[in-house]
Design a protein around this ligand. Structure first.
Ligand SMILES: Cc1cc2nc3c(=O)[nH]c(=O)nc-3n(C[C@H](O)[C@H](O)[C@H](O)COP(=O)(O)OP(=O)(O)OC[C@H]3O[C@@H](n4cnc5c(N)ncnc54)[C@H](O)[C@@H]3O)c2cc1C
Length: 467
């Protein structure tokens, strides 16, 4: 039987709204896809999932039409099933044994995970467990409420700690809230996940910028025995080409934040002042560039992505690239920007680009992408969005002189320990590796929480010895 794919909103309807593009499975589709799972005795999919979710187990529950049990099984290892079912890069599917059979596609695990959440979440209150909070009278502070912080917090609260998450913005969720548009992740799905996590007994203090509202030392004075820095890497980085300072050049982080935090995204078309032009060129690769371009076309703008590698090298699923192209986003691949061009008012009027190609200079098979001679051309644009990787917020870093920082600005941690150079201060997620995807961030949040638990257990034993 063929792999069943999720239902998709038609393109014309998509362009008129910010509604979710991928609509998920209908009940009968989910059961049929669940029945394709061979239920291996040594499941490679579990090994492929960085969180080790019991994939055959939750799929078995779906076959039995028990969606709540399926969601419960996923939640044993992954507190953000509704998010992962929509955004995960699905390494589990790459590991699925069906890939080894010619012409057979892997199980659509991501879609089944999303189905479990969408169908099971209304009954989710049955598995709330707030009693576990603060059994051991020890406090841990988590700085940042993105996926890393939320995951770490939920594991630590289950282990008996009193957890407070300190979040700089007015709403929790990190990139999931302000970076990812409604048409890929509806706010409602995120709210349900966060409501579930807070119901475990976690407090989230929003509008609380650590480094300003409180310092890390203040948190320690307030009785937090360990602090996890899960502050991501969303500070924009300047592109080093002429013209990057012109009027009409924006950072993707700013564009995404303005458009995602505008409330009802549909109202952007009618009620918000239009700060961006009509012809938008996005420089960058990956989901951040795709998301900017896909928002732009929904705001009736033309959008072109300029990317120096091939389409296959875009750091996003093929599905996301196809959706963007269907919606009219133009991809200029193997194209590198050389200069942002200005008009007489110092406003953007285009980008001078050069074509790139693969060469094997030494004939050793070491193919490199290099500029093609005399291939310069201009891409017309009145707005440029720079969608490169971000850096970490430097407030905390500036305040803590003993915090060791890597060359790329990420926070140094002791390998596999998640402890920074400051005793009791841990770091995980985007702040230690700016290229992490969602599932890797969740995995780091989980591992960091386990290390914090071990650290505090040891500390406890030492304290008892000294009494
Ligand atoms: C536009 C975009 C789309 C993406 N799409 C995908 C995708 O489809 N699939 C995928 O696998 N990955 C995707 N990613 C990557 C993924 O979102 C990240 O790996 C993940 O969000 C990192 O999580 P984090 O919790 O470490 O950081 P973040 O999500 O950035 O959260 C950090 C939080 O810390 C807060 N904070 C920062 N400084 C302070 C401070 N001093 N005090 C208090 N709070 C602070 C921030 O406000 C934020 O809420 C995408 C990334 C972007 C930018």
């Amino acid at each position: 039987m063929k792999r069943i794919i999720e239902n998709i909103e038609p393109v014309l309807k998509r362009l008129k709204s910010f509604c979710e593009v991928v609509l998920g499975f209908k009940k009968n589709q989910a059961v049929l896809e669940a029945q394709r799972c061979p239920q291996c005795s040594h499941p490679k999919c579990i090994e492929g999932c960085p969180l080790g979710v019991d994939i055959p187990g939750f799929i078995r529950a779906l076959r039995e039409k028990n969606n709540l049990k399926a969601l419960h099984r996923i939640r044993e290892q992954n507190g953000l099933a509704g998010i992962c079912g929509r955004l995960c890069s699905a390494p589990c599917e790459k590991a699925c044994i069906l890939n080894e059979e010619e012409g057979v596609d892997p199980i659509n695990i991501k879609a089944l995970e999303r189905f479990s959440f969408d169908q099971g979440q209304s009954k989710i209150k049955q598995i709330f467990n707030a009693e576990s909070a603060n059994r051991n009278n020890r406090k841990v502070a988590v700085v940042g409420s993105g996926p890393t912080g939320l995951t770490a917090a939920s594991i630590l609260v289950e282990a008996g700690y009193e957890i407070t998450i300190f979040e700089a913005l007015h709403l929790p969720g990190g990139i999931l809230r302000y970076g990812i548009p409604e048409f890929r992740l509806p706010e409602k799905a995120l709210d349900i996940e966060i409501e579930y996590i807070t119901s475990l007994g976690i407090e989230i203090k929003t509008n609380c910028l650590i480094g300003k509202t409180y310092t890390i030392f203040d948190l320690m004075d307030m009785g937090y025995e360990a602090v996890l820095l899960a502050i991501g890497a969303s500070a924009p980085q300047m592109l080093d080409i002429p013209g990057a300072q012109l009027k009409g050049v924006h950072f993707a982080q700013e564009f995404l934040m303005r458009t995602n935090l505008a409330g009802e995204q549909q109202s952007l078309k009618t009620e918000m002042p239009d700060l961006f032009g009509k012809e938008i060129a996005v420089i960058g690769s990956g989901t951040m560039a795709l998301d900017c371009a896909r928002i732009a076309v929904r705001l009736d703008k033309q959008a072109t992505i300029i990317h120096s590698q091939t389409e296959d090298d875009i750091e996003a699923t093929g599905e996301e690239c196809n959706h963007a192209k269907e919606e009219g986003v133009k991809l200029e691949v193997l194209t590198s920007p050389v200069e942002i061009l200005s008009d007489e008012n110092d406003c953007v009027k285009g980008i001078r680009c050069v074509r790139m190609d693969f060469v094997d200079k030494d004939g050793k098979g070491l193919w490199k992408v290099v500029p093609v001679k005399n291939s310069e051309f201009a891409v017309e644009a009145d707005t440029v969005i720079l969608a490169d990787k971000g850096a970490s917020n430097s407030l905390i870093i500036r305040e803590m002189k003993d915090l060791k920082i890597n060359k790329d600005g990420s926070i140094w941690i002791k390998k596999n320990e998640y402890m920074t150079s400051v005793d009791g201060v841990f770091a995980a997620g985007g702040v230690v590796n700016q290229s992490l995807n969602l599932i890797e961030a969740l995995c780091q949040g989980k591992e960091a929480a386990q290390k914090i638990d071990l650290y505090l257990q040891k500390k406890n034993q030492n304290e008892e010895k000294n009494i």
